[in-house]
Design a protein around this ligand. Sequence first.
Ligand code: FE2
Length: 262
Amino acid sequence: MFEIHYHLLFGLDDGPKTMEESLALAEASIAEGVTHIVCTPHSNDKYRFDPQVNRERMGMLQERLKDRLTLGLGCDFHLSYDNIESLQKDPKRYTINGTRYLLVEFPEFGILSNMQDWFYQMTAAGLVPIITHPERNPVLLQDPGRMAEWIRLGCLVQVTAASLVGRFGQRSQAMARSLLKKNWVHFIASDAHSVDGRAPAMKRAYEVLQSEFGQETAERLCITNTRAVYFGEFLPEQPEPEGVYSSLQPPKKSFFRRLFGG
Ligand SMILES: [Fe+2]
């Protein structure tokens, strides 16, 4: 399996504090059958994001892990004005392995009012935003339908493995399931931070997907699509997302247009 959202690098954010903690986390994922992890430290007003430091730290870890696990780099990109401004100057600073794919995280409370425009600009510039864990965002929990217009623009969606198995509560679990049923989910990722608190849960999530949504879905969300992102390839054809395009009905004819035609 491939992990595309993961706080593996030590001493950078609220992930592991030491090299040993990072290694313990890596071991937990190896035991789950993970072969590749994109290390995605936070970039927000709390944690400084420095690609050079990230690269060095990843190199140190890779050296210890040898070829038992392959590491890549990305960013848990917080959607703030400052970050978006910096992204416009240098997108590859934040994208997964320097590809077109970018993880994006909404603030906990309140989504930028012009989010649609930002996503439009990102996709027009060739980026593919991956909306991370909408099932854990209070605003989207209230109104998941908002995501339809973003998916229509070409955004993809990642759900947290632990949400699917109930570790973030019933509401998040129910929303994860409902998004899956509608084919609005493209990836499952652990977003792991530590072996005890926020541990990886890919194996368990894979099993849940397998039994509730079938083998094809489990493989597509945990292996095929995540591998494509890791290597910067196009995703294979995905099942039609329900209610995303069908909601685009032609506008009803107005009284005047009915009267005068056109
Ligand atoms: Fe994260």
